[in-house]
Design a protein around this ligand. Sequence first.
Ligand SMILES: Nc1ncnc2c1ncn2[C@@H]1O[C@H](COP(=O)(O)OP(=O)(O)OP(=O)(O)O)[C@@H](O)[C@H]1O
Ligand SMILES: [Mg+2]
Length: 258
Amino acid sequence: MIKPVAYKKTLEGKSNAHLLTFNDGRDYVVKYFQPGFEKTLANEWVAYCLARYLGLPIPFAQLVEIPPEFSAQYPELSQMTQTQFQFASLYVPDCFDGHQVTEVPAISNNENLAGVILFDYWMCNRDRTRKNIILCDDTPKSYRLWIIDHAEVFASFNWTLQDLETLPITILKSATHQIMAYFIEDEQKFSEQLEIIQTLPIHLIEEIVALIPEDWQVTSEERKAIVTALVVRRKRILKKLMERFIKRVYRPIHEQDK
Ligand SMILES: Nc1ncnc2c1ncn2[C@@H]1O[C@H](COP(=O)(O)OP(=O)(O)OP(=O)(O)O)[C@@H](O)[C@H]1O
Ligand SMILES: [Mg+2]
């Protein structure tokens, strides 16, 4: 397992994410367990693993152990709750967020965008704001898009068992989804992605959920409810949400464009 070697800074945002250098020579964005935001780390973990399986553009991530002796050296870290594991996402340097780029001429990995939108609907990610995508210069006239910050999948960073059973099934208001929709070239992409989500092995979902560290306070009942919510949503709800999104968001954008 990689080990932290230097603290760089605390990043802006409610997660109090910290930028640390590790002994593989790379920088990672590390999130600690936070009271009041109890489900943040579990959400990040589950979303990361599923997004990876789906081939979505999410920075590499892993569970790390920041030794308490390391955290104790920096006031910003020593004040954080010390659980055994933290969530670390590889820092993608020299990029912009969706607010910093006023004009996007093209997205080089646009074949991923329908997958990102469906993933957000499947996971009930209500936080796909412009700050939660990053855009990196790729060719002189296009950006590569990455997705970050899955602290608020399952509708919140501190969901309860009951919340999981009653996740919203409505269209998400997201300017970022609109931007992404603009760059999707073929409506067919949505159904292709739906098929991939619907055929993802249930054992994989169960395994990912089982690997949520013990001290992140997700009970076994809650773990079961995560699996159930994902299975029910992909089977009964996702297709309807996809069709609604295409009708209300995707088509109007593309009809305007013609
Ligand atoms: N893998 C990454 N590569 C580059 N920058 C990142 C990465 N992860 C996070 N960041 C930066 O750190 C900021 C905070 O991270 P993140 O959005 O995950 O946490 P947050 O505190 O929950 O955010 P918010 O409160 O805005 O929802 C991001 O807005 C982004 O600027
Ligand atoms: Mg964020």
